[in-house]
Write a new protein. Sequence first.
Length: 320
Amino acid sequence: MRQITLEDFLMATDLEVMNKFILKANVMNRTCIKHPQNMYLYIPGDSDVCLVAHVDTVRGKGCQFLETKNGLITGWIKTKKGDKQQVILGADDRAGCYALACLFNHPTKPHILLTNYEERGGIGVQAFVQSEILKNTKIKWFIEFDRAGVNCYVQYNDNPEAMHTYLEKFNIKNDGKGTYSDIATISKATNIPSVNLGIGYRWQHTAEEFLDTRGMHLMIGKASDLLTHFPKEGFGVIEERVQHYTFKDVKEKQVVRDVIYVRTVEDETQPELPIYQRRVSMDWCTKCNNWLDQCRCICYHCDFEKWECRCKAKSIGSGL
């Protein structure tokens, strides 16, 4: 069997990514549980840890070729004029899928969970938690690879302090609470601790996106150590849960939380920020009614530029 490369994951379709794991599982005589509508693929393991990534991206038709310079990968297409144009790479979350492939044969044999439609509000993981799979699970920790940066993590619930202490031993810093990723839904349903690790991509959902391969491999190595030294007793369960909100909840309820401030179009309490300080927009496009993307205040569904959008300078958002 040919070794699957990072480039394979970055260039593949969503279904092709799932099929790569099915083939790998078949070769290793491991069971696969695949949702009939490709909502998720679950490969049971022997350890107390489940690794999570999502196969979908926001890149549309994707990139035609990749370029690597100084360990940074970017995605490109050829225009009708024959020029090249940088486009969304899709490392969110194909870098996470690649991390799962690298850790597939880890001696502890972790559980593997690939979800679909995370970028549309976690549709795939909702199907997963509604299945029978988690009812008798022995999983004590979920690790997702769906965050920008390196040596950092976010959580979506109030995890036990033992989890934070454990991550500190590996010099992985706590960036607080994120807004949403698949593990938010899983922990809400099960009270099982979870963490979302940075996996090296930056400026996701924009044409300027790139993947720091050295940072990615660093985090894969640290994840391997996390699996090796995971305490048998685990971290306990989440006793006091913090409600995470879907994009629909935020829009309807105009939620204000202690960790982020989410404003609506009608809300004028957020001060104007220079564009270079803008990190993430939690507003929505007035043209297509989809959420505006981060950093550029542009809706990636229709490229409608909404320059009056006011953004929080702090990094928040799905997979951040």
